[in-house]
Structure formats: structure tokens, C-alpha cells
Design a protein around this ligand. Structure first.
Ligand SMILES: [Cu+2]
Length: 283
């Protein structure tokens, strides 16, 4: 009876794993990883599911043997404890089997981790600087080089206090989104201006600490156009929860247009400001 109930429980767990996979394409799910939008995120998602299955099998095997033994060899049935101390075969088995499991996991995971760290041959390099509590973006290399802006939360403070109805993108909306072209390798260099922050966009499988005085890097190649969001992932002070990351992935043509628009907005102003400064210092 108890075993039947346990088997029912493992059935529930197995069906939960299946429905998790079914929800994979649902952006609104609260119980699964974000829908992958990059090759790395896809690999991480598969790895995650593989490890869950490995854990589930170990769980079922260990508890199955345990509860079977407790039930089958219970005292009320007159069971006598067996004596098998220093069984070499058993000790070799319970050392080798876990070792092999770890080796299989390592062989599977290592290339994915190494690919995550390979930031070479990027098409565009963007520096993300963490500030208390906003992100600064500087396009350092590639198309859009020279563009520079700060990205700040735009959700009104009243919404946090429940004095206004919450917007659709509550706490995930910013004044200036990072814009990148689809299908291009984007290298993100992270650093910070005050305390440690972390630049994280789950749909790209990216999470990298941004440390003052140090430079770290990570990369992603977005496979689909759309808007993706993330949050600072390192506790950085009172407004840690209020410095979202929003990345808009657009077609290469739209990106070129956006770059032209940004340059028109920013660059002509620079000589004018320089002239003003020169005039002011000359006086
Ligand atoms: Cu932060």
C-alpha cells in the first residue's frame, strides 16, 4: 500500500518533469527557466533538464531500494539483519557508480561552460557599467561604436507603493534600452562604478559580475528579434531590485537605422559643446 502510494508520488514527479518541458515555450511561466533566445541558453536549458532527470532517477532508485528493504525485511515478518561488513564488491560499486555519473555530467557540461567563456571574434563589443542603481552602456567596437547612454528604470515610484495600477512591464521598463542586431555575436564587458553588480539576461544564458576596478566579459548571440529583460543579480544596495536590464534585439537593417538615429542625436552636439567650452575658457 505504502509502496503503491510512493510509486504514485514518483509518477507525479515524472509528469511534473514532462509538463515542465511542455511549458518551455511559454514566456509567462513562473516555474521554469526563461525561453532560450540564444544557443548558449538553449544548451543550458537542455543541460538543466538532463540533470533534473539524472537527479530524479537517483532519487527514485535510492528511495525505492530503501523503502523496499524496510517493507520487505521488517521485524514483524521475523527478518534477521544480514551481516555483510567489508564487502569489497559493494564498496567498489558505490564508489565507481557515482564517479561514472559525475564523469558523464562533466563530459556533457564542460564544452557548454567553455563556450560560455569564449568571447573571441565578437561583432560588437559593449561595455556595461553598473551604478547604484542604473546601467551605463558604451558601444566600444563594431557597428554603433561611440554610442553611449545610461539606462534607468522608468516605472513610477507610486506603482511600488500600490498608489497606481502596476504597468505591464512593472520594474522591467527603462528609458534607454540596449539595442543589438539579431544573429550577431555581442561581447559584453562588465565593470562597475561603485559596488559589485551583475549583468544578467536569462533568455541569453548570460550572468556576469560587474566589479569596480575590474573588467569581466561574457557574450551572447540572440537568435530571435524581441525584447528581453533581466535584472542586476548581485545585491548592490537599497535599489538593487530597481535597475533592470532591457535588451531589444532587432534586424540588422533596424540596427543600422537605430545607430544612425543615435549618432544624429548625440554626435552633432559634441562639436557645439566643445566650441562652447573653448569659448568659455578663452574669455
Ligand atoms: Cu546592482
Amino acid at each position: 500500500m505504502r509502496i503503491a502510494r510512493l510509486m504514485g508520488l514518483s509518477g507525479v514527479l515524472a509528469s511534473a518533469a514532462v509538463s515542465t518541458a511542455a511549458l518551455a515555450n511559454d514566456m509567462t511561466t513562473k516555474y521554469n527557466l526563461r525561453t532560450p533566445a540564444s544557443g548558449i541558453a538553449e544548451n543550458l536549458y537542455t543541460l538543466h533538464n538532463f540533470l533534473l532527470v539524472v537527479c530524479l532517477l537517483i532519487f527514485v532508485a535510492v528511495f525505492g531500494v530503501m523503502f523496499y528493504s524496510i517493507f520487505k525485511h521488517r521485524k514483524s515478518k521475523g527478518a534477521k539483519p544480514a551481516e555483510f561488513h567489508e564487502s569489497t564488491a559493494l564498496e567498489v560499486a558505490w564508489t565507481v557508480v557515482p564517479f561514472l555519473i559525475v564523469v558523464v555530467i562533466g563530459v556533457y557540461a564542460t564544452p557548454i561552460v567553455m563556450a560560455q567563456k569564449d568571447t573571441t571574434n565578437a561583432d560588437i563589443t559593449i561595455k556595461a557599467t553598473g551604478y547604484q542603481w542604473k546601467w551605463g552602456y558604451d558601444y566600444l567596437k563594431g557597428e554603433g561604436e561611440g554610442i553611449s547612454f545610461v539606462s534607468t528604470l522608468t516605472t513610477p515610484y507610486e506603482q511600488r507603493l500600490n498608489e497606481q495600477p502596476k504597468s505591464l512591464n512593472y520594474l522591467s521598463e527603462v528609458d534607454n534600452q540596449m539595442v543589438v542586431p539579431v544573429g550577431k555575436k555581442i561581447r559584453i564587458i562588465t565593470t562597475a562604478n561603485d559596488v559589485i553588480h551583475a549583468w544578467m539576461v536569462p533568455a541569453f544564458g548570460v550572468k556576469q559580475d560587474a566589479i569596480p576596478g575590474f573588467v569581466r566579459d561574457t557574450w551572447f548571440k540572440a537568435e530571435r528579434v524581441g525584447t528581453y529583460n533581466g535584472h542586476c543579480a548581485e545585491l548592490c544596495g537599497k535599489d538593487h531590485a530597481f535597475m533592470p536590464i532591457v535588451v531589444r534585439v532587432v534586424t540588422p537593417e533596424e540596427y543600422t537605422a537605430w545607430v544612425a538615429e543615435q549618432k544624429a542625436k548625440n554626435l552633432p552636439a559634441a562639436p557645439a559643446v566643445k566650441a562652447q567650452v573653448a569659448q568659455a575658457t578663452a574669455q
